[in-house]
Design a protein around this ligand. Structure first.
Ligand SMILES: [Zn+2]
Length: 406
């Protein structure tokens, strides 16, 4: 049965080379994932549509008895029912794919479920988490899509999406990515006795997008919330996002024209159409207040947000509005406000997006937008000191990947 889940060998070669070079980094604060363990300790993220059998196969396990135990034990059944895409599972295996141990974090419990081989059989028990943090550096190059690249570099979705969010005022990840774009990331992971459990915060990111170099460093001053800043201390948070379509695995394929913005002549059209799958999330491009949420002839279900200054944005042809969205409600940047549909005069599912200044449509792709306040004075000094090390690591990671792949 398990043998039916044949999989292609993973393209490990580039990663192994990368790690080998990175280990020479003279930075004691950074612990790298040790690839030497990989033949015995595997980690896999749950994908949509996964079954326990498909997960075990990806974990390199080929063990009929283990599969039978996991399918019939009450605790493992319970664990399997709660698995969600993005969760991480770890497994230790021996020769010929025999399972030695399986680890799964139990959501909301501060514990993990451990399945271990005991003599001829298996046993399952819960174990309290002893979390420790480590910092990981990864790099990749975009060939087909962002997620294909992060999958190949074994970067968790949560970290990939943090990078998207951080640069989303600079880059429309649906439209601006190019083959050959490169990224390097420094992020925290939490592990329990050497076993990765989940990813934490992205600490630094570098993205080379179409020859433009973008950098982001997490920094927290003495008070208030932390935020991301460019190397010179300027804020990466802008008042408007570049794209109103939520970035996800579903909407992320930039090479397959299907979900691309349909760029009609803007002059005649007074808006930008984003082709996207029915039901894809639409986000508020800036903080604002809902001015309109109703059906309007050609626009179909139309949402209009008023933002500070004299800006407003309009979103047409919606399938429906997000829960709680109605006239007068306040929304935050990045919040889901509705879903892509084809209501009104639309031939297929897409979002009609308008950017308005004093009620007049302007081309959102051409406008330059205000930024949040930069760091200054003593805070800027502290930021520069704290980001220096990260900056060197990012730079090196980026260069190393290229060298390793070519
Ligand atoms: Zn349109």
């Amino acid at each position: 049965m398990v043998a039916a889940f044949a999989i292609a060998p993973t393209p490990d070669e580039a990663r192994v080379k990368l790690t080998t070079v990175l280990e020479k980094l003279p930075t004691p604060t950074v612990t790298l994932l040790e690839k030497g363990d990989a033949s015995f300790l595997h980690e896999e993220r749950v994908r949509r549509g996964d079954t326990v059998a498909s997960l075990l196969t990806r974990l390199g396990i080929n063990d009929r008895e283990a599969l039978q135990f996991i399918g019939s034990n009450r605790q493992t059944q319970e664990m399997a029912r709660h698995l969600r895409p993005g969760d991480t599972l770890g497994a230790k295996s021996g020769e010929k794919g025999k399972l030695h141990a399986l680890y799964a974090e139990l959501p909301g419990k501060d514990a993990m479920l451990v399945v271990e081989r005991r003599g001829d059989g298996f046993e399952a028990h819960e174990q309290a988490l002893q979390l420790s943090t480590r910092v990981v550096i990864k790099a990749g190059e975009i060939r087909h899509s962002l997620f294909a690249a992060t999958d190949e570099a074994d970067i968790p979705d949560a970290i990939a999406l943090q990078m998207v969010a951080i640069f989303s005022s600079e880059v429309d990840f649906h439209r601006d990515l190019r083959k050959g774009d490169r990224f390097s990331l420094v992020y925290e992971t939490f592990s329990d006795r050497g076993q990765s459990i989940r990813s934490g915060r992205l600490l630094a990111a570098r993205l080379v997008n179409d020859q433009r170099v973008l950098q982001a460093y997490w920094f927290q001053g003495e008070e208030g919330e932390g935020a991301y800043y460019a190397a010179d201390g300027s804020s990466l948070r802008k008042t408007f996002l570049r794209s109103p379509i939520e970035f996800s695995r579903v909407t992320s394929g930039f090479s397959g024209a299907r979900f691309h913005p349909i760029l009609r002549s803007w002059r005649a059209h007074k808006g930008v159409d984003y082709g996207a799958p029915m039901g894809a999330g639409i986000v508020a491009v800036a903080d604002g207040v809902v001015a309109t949420a109703e059906r309007q002839r050609g626009y179909g279900n139309l949402l209009v947000l008023e933002h500070q200054g004299s800006y407003s944005t309009a979103y047409g042809h919606l399938k429906n509005f997000a829960k709680g969205i109605r006239k007068g409600v306040r929304v935050s940047q990045g919040e889901t406000i509705g879903y892509v549909g084809q209501s009104g005069l639309a031939t297929g599912p897409h979002l009609h997006y308008e950017f308005r200044v004093k009620g007049r449509q302007v081309d959102p792709l051409a406008i330059s937008l205000p930024r949040a306040m930069p760091l200054a004075g003593a805070l800027l000094g502290r930021f520069k000191a704290s980001s220096k090390n990260l900056q060197a690591q990012l730079q090196l990671a980026g260069e190393t990947t290229l060298a390793a792949i070519e």
